[in-house]
Design a protein around this ligand. Structure first.
Ligand SMILES: [Zn+2]
Length: 63
């Protein structure tokens, strides 16, 4: 129900909005190539997941 803004204290209004915060994506270093990648995702640079080669290596990306 609508309540006039001036009738709600600053603390009460702010307490209601504590869960509207952005969270950073889980980024970890790839164990093989040390590139930063999303956790629980295949590494885009070397194509490995959990130490297993799952994607073919691109010729232009080989280091
Ligand atoms: Zn990698």
């Amino acid at each position: 129900m609508a309540v006039p803004k001036m009738k709600v204290s600053r603390a009460r209004g702010r307490k209601r909005r504590t869960h509207y915060k952005l969270t950073l994506p889980a980024i970890v270093a790839c164990p093989k190539c040390k590139e930063m990648k999303l956790a629980h995702h295949v590494c885009k640079l070397c194509g490995t997941y959990n130490g297993v080669q799952v994607l073919p290596l691109d010729e232009d990306k080989k280091a």
